[in-house]
Design a protein around this ligand. Sequence first.
Ligand code: COA
Length: 749
Amino acid sequence: MRPSYHFCSATQAFLEGRGPACATPKHPEGTEAAGDPGAEEDGSETGRGAGRRRTAARPGSGCVGPRAGSCSPARPGPSRPRGAARPHRQARPVPGTRAEDTRGQRTPGGGPPCGLRSRPERRARTGRLSGGCPTLRVMWNTVTLCSLGRLPPHTTPPLLPRLQTFNRVFERKYKDLCHGKQPAHILQNQGLKRTRNMLPCRLVSNKAKCRRYTKTYPVLDGRILSVYQHVFEENLRNSEAVIKRYSELLEMVSKGGGENAILRHTQRNKKLFVRERLKLLLDDESFLELSPLAGLNMPYGDVPAAGCLTGIGKICGVWCVFMANDATVKGGTIYPIGVKKQLRAQEIAMQNRLLSVYLVDSGGAFLPLQSELFPDKSHGGRIFYNEAIMSAMRIPQVAVVCGSCVAGGAYVPTMAEEAVIIDKIGTLFLAGPPLVKAATGEYVSPEDLGGAKLHSKVSGCSDHFASSEKEAYECIRNVISTINYDPLPEEVIEHDSPLYSSDELLGLAPRDYRCTLPVKLILSRLMDGSRFQEFKANYGTTLVTGFGHVEGHLVGIVANNGELSHDAALKGSHFVQLCSQRSIPILFLQNTAPHTAEPTSISQAEAHSNRLKAQASMMAAVACAAVPKITIVIGGCYGSESYVMCGRSFSPNFLFLWPNARVALVDSRHFSTVPHTGDNDCTGDESELKQLKEKLEEESSAFYSSARLWDDGVILPQNTRKVIAQCLEILEQQKYQVISPYQYPVLRM
Ligand code: COA
């Protein structure tokens, strides 16, 4: 396992117990150039150095934050020989000087006072975690999940000096908000807008830092030439039509099980609609909903949002995965597609190390489809299996019982690390009152059988009792703030907008593979400042590769620009390895060709085999690249080339489609419906062929794919930049986690 974090030499010395972390001098302009090995080496902020800026500067500098100047310099000199006289201790700092601790308690060595030292810091200082094991930082872990928790032999016990700073800030904030005269809940009751600063949320830096990267990459020419105009307009008309359909579907899904079901849920059952619950759970920021169209037009009917909303949103500043049953859809019962959706959300949580929140309100399995829900490996039971595995991987999970949790559904909160149950709303049992009545003839109320009081006082299946929904979400937010998960530093990354309007992406989204315009026109509308550092610009030009920034995040781009030729595949293979070597996430813009021409000569057949070999090598490079991957299907997702471009089976961290996308083995729109005489493969009359063509066409649409969870959702072309930036930020969060090698889940006692 390759450690991806680098510390400056003095911090390294501190980690090894040789002296305090250095006060890494700040860049005069306030940027954090110092402490970044990349910046030291090449003297610039581009390329490798820029890509590691957060990684290197924050953990390594140790003293970033409000009190950076108060740290002692590093002591790289030789250690005191045995028996030599102890040097004079540093004099106590004079009150008012920088070295003086604001709380008046300074340790003799100039470090922070022991009593105020955070637990992670104390642990790290002694080099121990529970069980005497050192802590371990995670790297991008798409292929390292199985090795998490194992320590490489050379691992040193890392101290995380930034935790020290964060915890000091937290202590100060917590004191002000909760121990002072205005605890957080009072502030909230005053009707003030809830922000992360108002909660006792840890690790909030009160100084937003500013980061800037060098703007030297060449600017792309994104002008749409007049020769492209007719294609542009054709694409635009198609985009408008598919986006209209997309909006209708979203509108339908947003109503859950329909108006009557919502009324029954909110008025008769006195519960909040699932989207209202999310408003109380998440910070007041936009969140990324995953696969909202899942479950539409299934063989067993429409199941809006698969009966369960999933997505990624911030809670107390930390990106979390949420899974929330929608009880207006058949009592929140789990359909096969609902299982698939929850499993995908858990996979995202595992792959990206995101803590997870379950809002459980479910009647358990949708019984008419029980054979598709039980007992296979990827059926319902896998959700509970994953909960244990995630807990063992140190991915915390918490749950709110905000409705019925019957049968299998009862395991979700019971296997979570901490659970809140809501009085008179939440119930939890393996068999409900009707089954008890049928089995024993005795009537027992849901409350007595498995209500909030019973599980909080008697069974211990829940850990917190909430008297209302609002209280429950406040409680779960507080629970999350105790999880010791770090939010991303509050850093403002200065970035430029693209030079061309993102609305023009609608005319660049290909209606058909044959309507594809040069992909650099799309890149010029996605990259910061339309700047792109192209790699091998004149070689294998049917694949465009290079580096750029999206809202300040450095990313490697691999974009189809025609058929994936032999040279293009070799270039792709080389570039993907570069990204992996440099720990740079890769963004695939996929628009693969529906079919390739049949060879008509020996030399063409040879060329085909060579291309096959090159594509196989690129597939291997993509599969094994140990960096996060995001795939956006901007046009065609056809056949085997889609694997090379990191299709679903190649486990990208996120995969989204544009609404114009086509997903199929071949493009059925070009099929002839006229039967060929003597064609054995194509039997049937014209009407049968027409039906087949229609079926294949329908099955190739982006909405068909999204309904079946072959992707993480359809996104609008004009929102693509925002979504990519959000994903890159989510991916980055795992760099800030500290995990221990502890390999057991939390067992409920
Ligand atoms: N399988 C299939 N359908 C179910 C179901 C299940 N397990 N549980 C509920 N439904 C259906 C109901 O038939 C009803 O359908 P309808 O709208 O077409 O009439 C719909 O879900 C809503 O149920 P309803 O009971 O009216 O709603 P509610 O909000 O008052 O209660 C439950 C919801 C889940 C608490 C209640 O339906 C219940 O207890 N269901 C049985 C749960 C169970 O025993 N599950 C065992 C799974 S192994």
